[in-house]
Design a protein around this ligand. Structure first.
Ligand code: C5P
Length: 320
């Protein structure tokens, strides 16, 4: 199992927050609206792969990044965590700055909401550091301004997402699920995947059927059952074909995962991360070993779901 590798250390006066990456267990996509966004019906579930963020008082806002794919992540004002801190400062009128130190585990542009987790962690950490006293609900509104997946990174666990994916309803899920994640160093840009989906739909016979833009009762029942066999039956991602078109290795890894004993495998979000559901921990380890041997993915790890949303990591106090 992947343990949080905390490369960040909170010093006195700083705030350490951890926020999770997510999978989309179901992702249904509708025709884009005038704003360019596609309406979604999705089930998010947070996984035990986290972004750690330490916020330290500073005069201005700045960001540093370490960990998985850190070299691909900008540290200027285009960084989503930077924008989160700037948005909160503007919304609350604070004059304070902050340094945000991020240790990444969630892949960049992987379809797992890594940047969104950074933004959610930054919102919560700055809120605590600056003692703005905003309610979680107000943080949720700011989160939605930053990106479609940011509100879910705040709440974590399991939720139904509508609208752009930012209108959330908590969903009941029992048990713990074991996943094998196949990660790729090169990400896929979300707008490009949606554009590939648009092209595929324009070329398809039936076009987009917006009337089926919903998550079925069978999905909710599978979540409540806690039974991975039932969940495997309902995993589905409308963006899967677009991700496979842009990155053929994705399709091969999906096939390999199922051939190696996974109950089912699905692309997460806009990909290219492949999430393979295993019957239990032992089976997940076997599937992971088989996928590693095939060497198509750059990294193969085992995680569990559901996981908590963005939350404060209390400092470990010396017993002395
Ligand atoms: O909101 P976020 O920054 O996550 O979205 C990135 C891009 O992905 C959007 O600009 C849009 O092109 C695409 N997108 C979409 N429909 C969604 C979510 C994202 O078309 N529901």
């Amino acid at each position: 199992m992947t343990e949080p590798m905390t490369e960040v250390a909170a010093t006195p006066g700083s705030v350490h927050v951890r926020a999770p990456g997510k999978l989309n267990l179901v992702l249904r996509v509708g025709r884009a609206g005038d704003d360019g966004y596609h309406p979604l019906a999705t089930v998010f579930q947070a996984v035990s792969l986290y972004e750690d963020l330490v916020a330290t008082p500073a005069k201005e806002i700045s960001v540093s990044v370490s960990g998985r794919h850190a070299a691909h992540v900008p540290t200027d004002e285009s960084n989503l965590a930077f924008r989160a801190a700037a948005l909160l400062a503007e919304a609350t009128g604070t004059e304070e700055g902050v340094h945000l130190e991020i240790a990444k585990q969630v892949p960049t542009a992987g379809g797992m909401g890594g940047g969104s987790a950074d933004a959610a962690a930054a919102l919560l950490a700055c809120d605590l550091l600056w003692e703005t006293g905003l309610a979680r609900e107000e943080l949720g509104h700011l989160a939605a301004e930053l990106g479609a997946d940011v509100p879910f990174a705040l709440t974590g666990q399991t939720a139904l997402g509508r609208g752009r994916g930012d209108v959330l309803t908590p969903a009941l899920a029992r048990g713990r699920f074991y996943w094998v994640l196949a990660l790729f160093d090169d990400g896929l840009a979300t707008p490009e995947v949606f554009a590939a989906w648009d092209r595929q739909m324009a070329g398809s016979e039936g076009g987009v059927d917006d009337s089926v833009l919903e998550v079925g009762d069978d999905v909710m029942q599978a979540l409540v059952s806690g039974d991975p066999n039932q969940l495997a039956e309902v995993l589905e991602n409308d963006l899967g074909a677009a991700a496979r078109e842009l990155r053929p290795a994705v399709g091969m890894v999906l096939d390999q995962a199922e051939g190696a004993g996974a109950l089912a495998a699905v692309v997460s979000g806009s990909g290219p991360t492949v999430a393979a559901l295993a019957a239990d921990h032992a089976s997940a380890l076997e599937v992971a070993a088989a996928l590693r041997a095939r060497e198509l993915a750059d990294e193969v790890i085992v995680v569990t779901s559901p996981a908590h949303g963005a939350r404060l990591v209390e400092p470990v106090r010396d017993s002395m």
